[in-house]
Design a protein around this ligand. Structure first.
Ligand SMILES: NC(=O)c1ccc[n+]([C@@H]2O[C@H](COP(=O)([O-])OP(=O)(O)OC[C@H]3O[C@@H](n4cnc5c(N)ncnc54)[C@H](OP(=O)(O)O)[C@@H]3O)[C@@H](O)[C@H]2O)c1
Length: 267
């Protein structure tokens, strides 16, 4: 579909990857509902940047961990836009709210992770379908390694939550296939100008050094614009036959084999 004049909702678009997605879509003439949780100033900044690109949008606050707020969010989109062509599920609670290993994670932290991804996506996609024409696009932003591996112990809650969301993508993809609505997940590699920049400096540098050193074959971290580009590709008319997939957008990092020394793997 041509994106000019379409309407999108990007959750968690006040900052980070969500902002990159909103701006990429805005640059293609999409009107964007910018969603935030606590950081209204950042959401206003995204809107200002969107307007500089010649597009426009609205700002909506909601806690995606609460199903009734997810429904309210879509009610607002419906009353402002009338319909939705693109829905991007990107928001994720701040790390301290769920970051704990499997032996210690509290049930509240577990619920925060699962509610923010799996339950929010379940409720959201049902709401989306009521206001999306045939041929629309639904994209979930995941982190696939967290669901596949077990080594990053404190990621257990979010790993399980993202896995459940990826599974929902496949089920919704079949449920909505007859309407030509595609449902896919994008799994970014490590991205600059995102949650990464809130981690201690030493941790940030370890991550950068690791990827530049070879564990990302392209030799750099990603940017929010890289992920925005991938979302825009999935929203194009030409992507209409791609559905139910988890697509790694990571400069090749998911191609590396953790069982072998880097020296043997370098191209
Ligand atoms: N960063 C990476 O390297 C990376 C890699 C792979 C996957 N991802 C995925 O990409 C997505 C974005 O990551 P990011 O690093 O760009 O995020 P981020 O910079 O931490 O931003 C998080 C966004 O989610 C919103 N949010 C936080 N808690 C919320 C809640 N309870 N209800 C509703 N919204 C809430 C925030 O709103 P406020 O500004 O109002 O707080 C903000 O817009 C996430 O799903 C993440 O798992 C990230």
């Amino acid at each position: 579909m041509s994106l000019d004049g379409k309407h999108a909702l990007v959750t968690g678009s006040s900052r980070g990857i969500g902002r990159g997605i909103a701006l990429k879509l805005g640059g293609k003439g999409v009107k964007v509902a910018i969603h935030y949780h606590k950081n209204e100033a950042a959401a206003k900044d995204t809107l200002a940047k969107l307007r500089k690109l010649g597009s426009d949008g609205i700002i909506i606050q909601a806690d995606i961990c609460r199903p009734e707020e997810v429904s309210r969010l879509f009610g607002r989109v419906k009353s402002e836009f009338g319909k939705l062509d693109v829905f991007v599920s990107n928001a994720r609670p701040d790390v301290p709210e769920f970051y704990q290993g499997p032996m210690n994670i509290t049930l509240d932290q577990w619920d925060t992770a699962l509610n923010s991804q799996a339950k929010a996506f379940l409720v959201a996609v049902r709401e989306v379908c009521r206001m999306m024409d045939d041929g629309g696009r639904i994209v979930a932003i995941t982190y696939a390694p967290g669901g596949r591996t077990g080594s990053w112990q404190s990621w257990v809650g979010m790993g399980a939550a993202k896995s459940a969301m990826e599974s929902l993508c496949r089920y919704f993809a079949v449920a909505l296939a007859k309407r030509g609505i595609t449902v896919n997940a994008i799994s970014p590699g490590w991205i600059e100008d995102s949650v990464l920049n809130t981690l201690p400096d030493a941790v940030q540098e370890m991550v950068r050094t690791w990827h530049r050193g070879g564990w990302t074959p392209m030799g750099r971290l990603g940017t929010p614009a890289d992920i925005g580009n991938a979302v825009a590709l999935l929203c194009s008319e030409e992507a209409g036959w791609i559905t139910g997939q988890v697509i790694a957008v990571d400069g090749g990092s998911s191609l590396m084999d953790a069982g072998l020394p880097l020296e043997i793997q370098r191209g």
